[in-house]
Design a protein around this ligand. Structure first.
Ligand code: SAH
Length: 207
C-alpha cells in the first residue's frame, strides 16, 4: 500500500508515508473485509459510512502539512483510521464524529493501539471544537455544500483546512484553505467523493 502511495500517487511527505505504514488499517475495517483493507479503495464501515481510500487519507494528511508540534482538528472520525494516521504525523489530534457508535468504536480502537495524543468526541463537527482552538490544521472527512464558517474562524493564521466541497457527491472537489495574515486563500486539489457532512453548517439530512 505504501509503495503504491509513493510510486503511483506521488505522495512525497515521508512523515505521512511512515504514519501510513505504522497504522494497521485492517483493524479499522469490519472483520469480513479485512482481506481487502490494504487495497486501493474505500470500504464500507458501520452505520452506512465508509473508511476513505488510502490515497485520500495520505493526500489530505499531506495537504495539512503538519508536524509533531501541530494541533489538528478532524471532523468525521468514522473508523478512527485517519485519526490514528494524524496522531502519528501531528502533535495533538481532536476528532469529532456525529454517530455515537462510530465515535465510541474509533476511540476504543486508537486507545488499544496505544495512541494517547488523540481524542474522539461525539457531536456536530461543523461547529468546530472551540475549547482547543486555534488549530494548525483542520481535516474534514465528509463533503459539505461549503466550508463551515466556524472551522475557518478556529484556524490559526498560517493554518490549513482541507475539506471536500460540492453540491452533490458526484461534484465534490478537494479544497484547501490557507489562512494568511489578511484573509483566506482557497486552492483546489482535484475531484473526490465523500459521504455527506451533516450538521448545522453542512447538509441538513442524509440526501
Ligand atoms: N476518516 C474516516 C472517514 C469516515 S466517513 C475514516 O477513515 O474512517 C465520514 C464520517 O463523517 C462518517 O462517519 C460520518 O458519520 C461523519 N460525519 C458526517 N457529518 C459529520 C459532522 N457534522 N460532525 C462529525 N462527523 C460527521
Amino acid at each position: 500500500m505504501v509503495e503504491r502511495l509513493r510510486q503511483h500517487y506521488r505522495i512525497r511527505d515521508e512523515r505521512v508515508l511512515a504514519a501510513m505504514s505504522d497504522v494497521p488499517r485492517h483493524l479499522f475495517v469490519p472483520e469480513a473485509l479485512q482481506g481487502r483493507a490494504y487495497g486501493d479503495h474505500a470500504l464500507p464501515i458501520d452505520a452506512n459510512q465508509t473508511i476513505s481510500q488510502p490515497y485520500i487519507v495520505a493526500r489530505m494528511t499531506e495537504l495539512l502539512e503538519c508536524d509533531r508540534s501541530s494541533r489538528v482538528l478532524e471532523i468525521g472520525a468514522g473508523s478512527g483510521y485517519q485519526t490514528a494516521v494524524l496522531a502519528r504525523a501531528a502533535g495533538q489530534v481532536y476528532a469529532i464524529e456525529r454517530i455515537p457508535e462510530l465515535a465510541r468504536q474509533a476511540q476504543a480502537r486508537i486507545r488499544s493501539l496505544g495512541v494517547y495524543n488523540a481524542t474522539v468526541k461525539c457531536f456536530d463537527g461543523t461547529m468546530g471544537w472551540s475549547a482547543h482552538a486555534p488549530y494548525d490544521g483542520v481535516l474534514v472527512a465528509a463533503g459539505g455544500p461549503e466550508v463551515p464558517e466556524p472551522l475557518l474562524a478556529q484556524l490559526k493564521v498560517g493554518g490549513r483546512l482541507v475539506i471536500p466541497v460540492g453540491a452533490s457527491r458526484d461534484s465534490q472537489r478537494l479544497v484547501r484553505v490557507v489562512r494568511g495574515e489578511d484573509g483566506y486563500k482557497h486552492e483546489e486539489h482535484g475531484a473526490c467523493a465523500f459521504v455527506p457532512l451533516i450538521g448545522r453548517y453542512g447538509w441538513s439530512n442524509a440526501t
